[in-house]
Design a protein. Structure first.
Ligand code: K1U
Ligand code: ZN
Length: 167
């Protein structure tokens, strides 16, 4: 297994729109294992392939306390969304920044699992938030884009300053 490099905002590669996975094969399963290892090491509760500069529609997620319940979503599609909820979100591509975002409260998502089998899931609460946050990454959108232009520009400056200091 391998730890992958997580791209940081405002790297333009985060704005790339991911393509659907054509075939769930061993290469995709190896990438999923590497993404999971990277997410657990970060540590985080989700990771989209976009964040590791792979522009295919793949998400890994684990919301369990014990970190033993990996969920994989390949080519995810939200088929139903209702209600509204506020949640203070974080992002491994925007480390140290936590901001409240409003999103649909309950969703139905259809996707393929790591074996290429289709499944349907009803999600609410943090699971629904996390799925939507990761699906935004696959569409080339970072959660800070829900914030005001002023907040976005402050966060961008902070991230660029931090990048300069660590180089
Ligand atoms: O997409 C990402 O960068 C992952 C992100 C997922 C997420 C968290 C919260 C709301 C929406 C989406 C993270 O995992 S941020 C880190 C985090 O939430 C966390 C880290 C350690 C323990 C518990 C949570
Ligand atoms: Zn994120």
């Amino acid at each position: 297994m391998a730890l992958l490099n997580i791209i940081h905002y405002p790297d333009p590669r985060l704005y790339t729109v991911a393509k659907p996975v054509a075939e769930v094969n061993d290469n995709i399963r190896r990438l999923i294992r590497d993404m999971a290892e990277t997410m657990y090491a970060a540590p985080g509760i989700g990771l989209a392939a976009t964040q590791v500069d792979v522009h295919q529609q793949i998400i890994v997620m684990d919301l369990s306390e014990a970190k033993n319940a990996l969920q994989v979503f390949i080519n995810p599609l939200i088929t139903k969304a209702e209600g509204s909820q506020d949640y203070e979100e974080g992002c491994l591509s925007v480390p140290g920044i936590y901001e409240t975002v409003t999103r649909p409260e309950k969703i139905t998502v259809e996707a393929l699992d790591k074996d290429g089998n289709q499944f349907k899931l009803n999600a609410d609460g943090l699971l629904a938030v996390c799925i939507q946050h990761e699906m935004d990454h696959l569409k080339g959108k970072v959660f800070v884009e829900y914030l005001s232009k002023l907040k976005q520009s402050r966060i961008k400056s902070k991230m660029k300053k931090r990048m300069r200091e660590t180089m």
